[in-house]
Structures are given as structure tokens and as C-alpha cells.
Design a protein around this ligand. Structure first.
Ligand code: NDP
Length: 506
């Protein structure tokens, strides 16, 4: 089996050549007329060098542009074959090679690692059943549950079209609009200590979405995945994160790279929560609602394995920048649920990779499912086709299995959920009553109250952020947090006033 994810050392032959392999006497020499005359059009080396330089950048991800990554493995520690029939879980001790990329969300490529932002936590597993991507975040919930709101919401964290600056008014205007306050749970986590992780090694990952996993008998469960840091969860304060953004914007990249270089390999414990269809019907919220968690007491974590990162990329651009993740990249027995945001991501992610890297992005070594055999004769040609293009193989199939291959017997969903109903313009805005605020309140009153100073730091972090927004927006923010807890809103007000005084001094 060939591991295509390794970048070989290309420095063995020390002759400098142009891109066509023709040796160069002097890579810095230019062809010119006489000692000081104009340059010649025939100087192909210079022209190629400059032309290539102009084309070094590829389209950056939007969002999740800025990130770090490393290779490693997933190891099964506990049997879950009663829940999932995927080959990667087939026996205890089994290891599957993987690549994990961590990222911030809203910032451009090159922005600070320590920005207050959710973190992406994506892992590509090179399994014998093809590649599997877990495209997760470091928070168990998200801001929206209507996918059509995604570009609108992300725009509020980008630059104001007129001032070309980040704008707290845009951010809070969107979030405090009554029909968007469904974001409150995620906003609470974002402004808690966990909004500024101390490193990628010391944060958790969560599927957030509900997935559907089946065993080989066709029995299925809703599943949520938790990836908990064995290094413990550690965070920066607001002030430490801001200071670090100035002193070393690549703080988390350095931390991850150097830890692996020193063989202090970070690891995470991977667990699942499972829910039956019957349990899902009894929930006070929809199982497809991305703004809710499944309470631990009701749905305890069940350990599956561990994720270990033990190998730095040899080339960041080749192996991390070109890595392409998508929740649609999945293996038998792990399927998406009907969560509408997940359904939209199934289109949006591979579409982003086709745009960024081209339609043959799966041929780039880091994305190539090297542990399985790829065969689809109708997927041919296209830009940057570099894998031989299936040679003289006919470019069509006339029958399902012309070669008498042993066909896969992957179970399909026909005996699982049954959907029925008219096509409706559905907008999942606010839920009736208080349900969208319950878990945010639990976090504040039951979880943060047990962590010394955590409630105060939450109020400080929000007050600090809203101080640069307009008074009308600040009022809306206070009203929204009063629905979580009145004490929280009062403390945010005090922190905001303190910060405004500080800002006046600048
Ligand atoms: P539990 O008391 O069993 O769980 C509380 C969880 O809160 C912890 O396990 C920890 O998650 C998480 N936590 C601790 N500090 C923070 C923070 N600053 N920001 C976000 N999460 C934090 O109670 P429940 O399961 O009933 O959940 C209560 C609340 O905990 C929820 O409303 C939710 O906000 C939060 N939570 C719940 C999760 C879940 O899957 N049930 C996952 C994460 C948060 P962890 O163990 O993953 O570190």
C-alpha cells in the first residue's frame, strides 16, 4: 500500500534547473543586451520564475482560511461494532492513519491564532473503505440552524464593505435580532474561556451535528462524536489572547509543530453519544437542531478510541493548505442525518474544494484515498489530471458490474427514517417559549458557576467586545443576555462601561 501523504525529500540532486528540468548555470543571471541594456524576451527562466511567483496563491478557504495541521493515527480502544460497522472500528487495537487540521473561522489566512473565534477540528481518515472526513469544531453547537443564514452570518464577522474594518456592530446586530437569538448558546461558549483556546492541543472537538451510524445488521442510531483532549482543556484570558496576537500571531502553529517535533505527541479520547429514534421523539428539541447538546446524564459518553498526532507535515502548502475536507466524504455505516445545516455542508464543502483546488482535488496526494482502490470510469479528464486517468479503460459503464467485481453490500437507509410531506419554504427561526435559552442558562448557572471566576470572565469578555459598538446595539446585547440571567446582563453592563472609559483614554 502506498502512503501518498508523505512528501519525499527532493533535495538529493543539487543541480538547479528550470521547471522543465533543464539545468541552469546561474539561477540569478538574466539575459540582457550588453552589461546594462534591456532584458531579452528569450530569457525563459526569468519569465517563468516571475510568472510562477504571480500564481503562488490559491483561493483561501472561506471561512476557516487560517489553520495548522499534522498527521497521526486513530486507534480503537473499545468495541462499538454494535453501533457502527465501519471497517476502521472493526477490532480493538486497529490503527488508521489520519490527518487533522485545526483552524480559526472568521479570520483571513495569516490572521492571529489566538483570535476569539470557534476553532475548526477536521480529521481525514485514510481507511480501506475510502476516505472519511470528520469536519468538526471545538464547540458542540453552532450559531445558526437555517443554512441559508450561513453566508449572512459569516459576512458579519468579515470586513465592513465601506470601512474595510471588522465591525462589532455588524456582529451584534445580526446576533441580537430576535429571530437570530437562537445563537445564544454558541455565543455564550464563544465568549467563555473556551473562545480563546491556549493551544490546539488543549481543546476538544465535537461533531456538533447529529449523524446516523448503523451496524452490520442494519440497526441504526443517531450519534454525536466527542474528541476530548488528553492534555486537558486550557484557555487564554481575553487579555492574554490579545497580547499573544501581537507578539506571536502564529502561537498555536508554533505550539503544535514544536510539541510534535519534541515527540510530545498530543492525543485525544474519542467517544460517542448515541440516541435511538424513539428517544429522539421524546426530546424537548429536535435531534437535528445544531444549537443544542445532548445532556451527558441522559446520553452518556461511550469511549471508542484515541486520536494521536505524531507527524508534522514536511510541506505546509502541499499537505495542509491543499488538504480538502468535507462531511460528504464518508465511509459505509456512517451517514449524515437530516440536520439542515449538515445537509447544506454536504454540498458547500466539496464545492469549495472544486473551486479552490479544481475538480480533480482528490488526486492531490494528501487527499488521495490511497488505502482503498478508486475506480469510477465515468469520472475522467478535467484540469490537473495527474493519476494516469485510468489509461485505456472505457470511459463509461454500460452495466452495473461489467467486470464481476465483488460488489459492496453497503446498507442503505430505506428501512430507517421515512420522510413524507409537501415541499415547504421552511425557516427554523425561534422556537416557541424559552427553549433556545435553556442550555445557555444551564451553562451559565450550572457549569460556569463551578469554575472559579468563569462567570466574571464571560461578562468581561462580552462587555469588552461590545464597548466598541453603538449604544443601541449595546442595549440589544444586554436585553438578550438578560434572558439568560439578569446578573450576567448587569455584569456585562459594568464591564462595558469600564472598557468604554479605557477606550476614551486612547
Ligand atoms: P454536564 O455537567 O454533564 O456537562 C457540562 C459540560 O460543560 C462539561 O462536560 C464540559 O464539556 C462543558 N464545559 C465546561 N466549561 C465549558 C465552557 N466554558 N464552555 C462550554 N462548555 C463547557 O451537563 P450537561 O451535559 O447537561 O450540559 C450542561 C451544559 O454544558 C450544556 O448546556 C452545554 O452548554 C455544556 N456542554 C455540554 C456538552 C454535552 O455534550 N452535553 C458538551 C459541551 C458543553 P466537555 O466535557 O466536553 O469538556
Amino acid at each position: 500500500m502506498n502512503d501518498n501523504t508523505n512528501t519525499s525529500d527532493v533535495r538529493g540532486d543539487r543541480v538547479v534547473t528550470n521547471a522543465q528540468g533543464n539545468p541552469l548555470n546561474d539561477p540569478f543571471a538574466t539575459q540582457r543586451v550588453g552589461q546594462h541594456g534591456p532584458l531579452l524576451m528569450q530569457d525563459a527562466n526569468l519569465i517563468e520564475l516571475l510568472a510562477h511567483f504571480n500564481r503562488e496563491n490559491i483561493v483561501e478557504r472561506l471561512p476557516h482560511a487560517h489553520g495548522s495541521g499534522a498527521f497521526g493515527y486513530f486507534e480503537v480502544t473499545d468495541d462499538i461494532t454494535d453501533i457502527c460497522g465501519s471497517a476502521m472500528f472493526s477490532k480493538i487495537g486497529k490503527r488508521t492513519r489520519c490527518l487533522t487540521r485545526f483552524s480559526t473561522v472568521g479570520g483571513e489566512k495569516g490572521s492571529a491564532d489566538t483570535a476569539r473565534d470557534p476553532r475548526g477540528f477536521s480529521t481525514k481518515f485514510y481507511t480501506e473503505e475510502g476516505n472519511l472526513d470528520w469536519v468538526y469544531n471545538n464547540t458542540p453547537v453552532f450559531f445558526i440552524r437555517d443554512p441559508a443564514k450561513f453566508p449572512h452570518f459569516i459576512h458579519t464577522q468579515r470586513r465592513n464593505p465601506e470601512t474595510h474594518m471588522k465591525d462589532a456592530n455588524m456582529f451584534w446586530d445580526f446576533l441580537t435580532t430576535p429571530e437570530n437569538q437562537v445563537a445564544i448558546h454558541q455565543v455564550m461558549i464563544l465568549f467563555s474561556d473556551r473562545g480563546t483556546p491556549a493551544s490546539y492541543r488543549t481543546m476538544n472537538g465535537y461533531s456538533g451535528h447529529t449523524y446516523k451510524w448503523s451496524n452490520k445488521k442494519g440497526e441504526w442510531h443517531y450519534v454525536q462524536v466527542h474528541i476530548e483532549s488528553d492534555q486537558g482543556v486550557k484557555n487564554l484570558t481575553n487579555e492574554e489572547a490579545i497580547k499573544m496576537a501581537g507578539e506571536n500571531p502564529d502561537y498555536c502553529q508554533k505550539d503544535l509543530f514544536e510539541a510534535i517535533q519534541k515527540k510530545k505527541f498530543p492525543s485525544w479520547t474519542v467517544s460517542i453519544q448515541t440516541m435511538t429514534e424513539e428517544d429522539a421523539k421524546k426530546l424537548p428539541f429536535s435531534v437535528f437542531d445544531l444549537t443544542k447538546v445532548w445532556p451527558h446524564k441522559q446520553f452518556p459518553l461511550r469511549r471508542v478510541g484515541r486520536l494521536v498526532l505524531n507527524e508534522n507535515p514536511l510541506n505546509y502548502f502541499a499537505q495542509i493548505e491543499q488538504a480538502a475536507f468535507s462531511p460528504s466524504t464518508t465511509v459505509p455505516y456512517q451517514e449524515p442525518s437530516a440536520d439542515p445545516v449538515l445537509q447544506a455542508r454536504l454540498f458547500a464543502y466539496p464545492d469549495a474544494q472544486r473551486y479552490r483546488l479544481g475538480p480533480n482535488y482528490h488526486q492531490i496526494p494528501v487527499n488521495c484515498p490511497y488505502a482503498s482502490k478508486v475506480f469510477n470510469p465515468a469520472m475522467r479528464d478535467g484540469p490537473m489530471n495527474v493519476d494516469g486517468n485510468l489509461g485505456s479503460e472505457p470511459n463509461y459503464l454500460a452495466t452495473k458490474n461489467p467486470y464481476n467485481f465483488s460488489q459492496s453490500s453497503r446498507p442503505i437507509q430505506q428501512h430507517q427514517e421515512v420522510w413524507n410531506g409537501p415541499a415547504v419554504p421552511f425557516h427554523w427561526a425561534t422556537s416557541p417559549g424559552d427553549i433556545d435559552f435553556v442550555q445557555a442558562r444551564d451553562l451559565y448557572q450550572k457549569v460556569l458557576s463551578q469554575q472559579p471566576g468563569a462567570q466574571d470572565r464571560l461578562a468581561h469578555n462580552i462587555g469588552f467586545h461590545i464597548a466598541s459598538s453603538q449604544p443601541e446595539i449595546q442595549k440589544r446585547v444586554l436585553d438578550m443576555f438578560a434572558r439568560v440571567d439578569k446578573k450576567l446582563a448587569n455584569n456585562i453592563f459594568k464591564e462595558c462601561e469600564l472598557r468604554k472609559k479605557e477606550l476614551c483614554r486612547f
